[in-house]
Design a protein around this ligand. Structure first.
Ligand code: COA
Length: 325
C-alpha cells in the first residue's frame, strides 16, 4: 500500500554539561531543602553550563555534531537547521546560524523559534513541513536552553526547577507509514502574565534600574502554570488521539515536557496511561525548557521500536501542544 510522504525522526542526540547542581547545593544558596524539592518537583539535580565563553549555541553544536556522527550525515548535507530556544546567544543574530557556522553546515539556512517549553514541538512541526513538501531533504531541529543564564539563584520559586541542555533530531522523508502523523498546537497569549522575563525586550529595555530590580530573570506564577500545564497537555493529547482514531491503549510512549514530576504524573493519570510508558528524566536534568523532549527521546532511544506510536506533548507560558509520530 502506498503511504503518503511523512517527515520521520531518523536520528537523535543529546548533550548536557558535566557540572551538576544538586539539591544539597541549592540548600546552601536559598531557603529550601532536598525533601521539599524532591516531593514538590521530583528533581534531584540539574546540569549547569560553566565552560568559560560557552553559550546555548555551543551546547546545540555538540548535540548536532553527535547527531551527524551517528547518522553518517555530513554537515554540508544539512538543508535547514532550526533552533528552539529562549536563551539564544544574543538577541540577534539567530543562534541557529551560529550553530550552522560551528558545525560547518555551510549549505544550510537557519532560524530560531522562541516558544519557550513548547519550542521543540513547534520547531518539529515547522521543520516537518519542508520535508513533507519536498523542499528540503535533511532538516535538523534542535531544542537548546541555557536556563542558568536567566534564572535568579536568589529566588527559590524558580531556581530549583531549571537546568541547561540541548538535543537535536534529524528529519527526513519516509514513505513507509512511519514519521510524524499529526500535530495539535495551540497558543493563548494571555498566559504571558504568568510566565515571562520582564526586562530585556523592546517593552522594557535593559537599564541599570531593570538590573537592580532583578527583572532579567524568569518570573512565574507556579500554581497557575501548573494547572494550565495539566489541562493543556491532557486536552491536546486527547484531541490528537481522537483525530487519528486511536485510543490511549495503542500508544507505546508518551513524551511529556519535563517541568514537574507532579505535572507528569497528573497527565498520565488523567489519560489513564501507565507511568512506566511515560519518558521521564526530570530527576537528572530538571526543566531544560526547549531541550526536554529531545533529551527524553535520546535517553530512551534504545527502547524504541520502528512503528511505535509516540505522543510528544509540551506546554509553555501560553502554548500547549501534542505531536504524534
Ligand atoms: N523550597 C521550599 N519552599 C518553597 C520553595 C522551595 N524551593 N519554593 C516555594 N516554596 C514555598 C512557597 O514560598 C510557599 O510558601 P508559603 O505557603 O509560605 O507562601 C510554599 O512553598 C508553597 O508554594 P507553592 O508555589 O504553592 O508550591 P507548589 O506546590 O505550587 O510548587 C512549583 C511550586 C513551582 C514547584 C509548582 O507550582 C510548579 O512546578 N509549577 C509549574 C511551574 C512550571 O512548570 N514552570 C515552567 C513552565 S514550562
Amino acid at each position: 500500500m502506498a503511504h503518503k510522504i511523512r517527515a520521520a525522526i531518523t536520528g537523535v542526540h543529546g548533550w548536557v554539561p558535566e557540572d551538576k547542581l544538586t539539591n544539597a547545593d541549592l540548600e546552601k544558596m536559598v531557603d529550601t531543602n532536598d525533601e521539599w524539592i524532591t516531593s514538590r518537583t521530583g528533581i534531584k539535580e540539574r546540569r549547569i553550563l560553566r565552560t568559560p565563553g560557552w553559550a546555548t549555541s555551543d551546547m546545540a553544536a555538540e548535540a548536532v555534531k553527535g547527531l551527524l556522527e551517528k547518522t553518517g550525515v555530513k554537515p554540508g548535507e544539512i538543508d535547514l537547521l532550526i533552533v528552539a530556544t529562549v536563551t539564544g546567544d544574543m538577541v540577534f543574530p539567530d543562534t541557529a546560524n551560529t550553530v550552522c557556522d560551528k558545525v560547518g553546515a555551510t549549505n544550510a539556512f537557519g532560524y530560531d523559534i522562541n516558544a519557550a517549553c513548547s519550542g521543540f514541538l513547534f520547531a518539529l512541526a515547522t521543520g516537518a513541513q519542508f520535508v513533507v513538501n519536498e523542499t528540503y531533504q535533511k532538516v535538523v531541529v534542535v531544542g537548546a536552553d541555557m536556563m542558568s543564564s536567566i534564572v535568579d539563584y536568589q529566588d527559590r520559586n524558580t531556581c530549583v526547577i531549571f537546568g541547561d541542555g540541548a538535543a537535536a533530531v534529524l528529519l527526513e522523508a519516509r514513505r513507509d507509514g512511519t514519521g510524524i502523523q499529526d500535530f495539535v498546537l495551540r497558543s493563548d497569549g494571555s498566559g504571558r502574565v504568568h510566565l515571562h522575563m520582564k526586562a530585556g525586550g523592546s517593552k522594557c529595555p535593559p537599564s541599570a534600574e531593570t538590573v537592580a530590580q532583578r527583572e532579567h530573570y524568569v518570573f512565574q506564577d507556579g500554581k497557575r502554570v501548573f494547572k494550565f500545564a495539566v489541562e493543556g497537555m491532557v486536552s491536546t493529547v486527547q484531541e490528537i488521539l481522537r483525530r487519528n482514531h486511536k485510543t490511549i491503549d495503542e500508544v507505546n510512549w508518551v513524551v511529556p515536557h519535563q517541568a514537574n514530576m507532579r505535572i507528569i504524573s497528573s497527565v498520565a493519570e488523567h489519560l489513564h496511561f501507565p507511568i512506566e510508558k511515560v519518558m521521564v528524566n526530570i530527576h537528572k536534568y530538571g526543566n531544560t525548557t526547549a531541550a526536554t523532549l529531545g533529551l527524553c527521546l535520546w535517553e530512551y532511544q534504545n527502547q524504541l521500536q520502528k512503528g511505535d506510536n509516540i505522543v510528544l506533548t509540551a506546554f509553555g507560558a501560553d502554548s500547549p501542544g501534542a505531536l504524534c509520530t
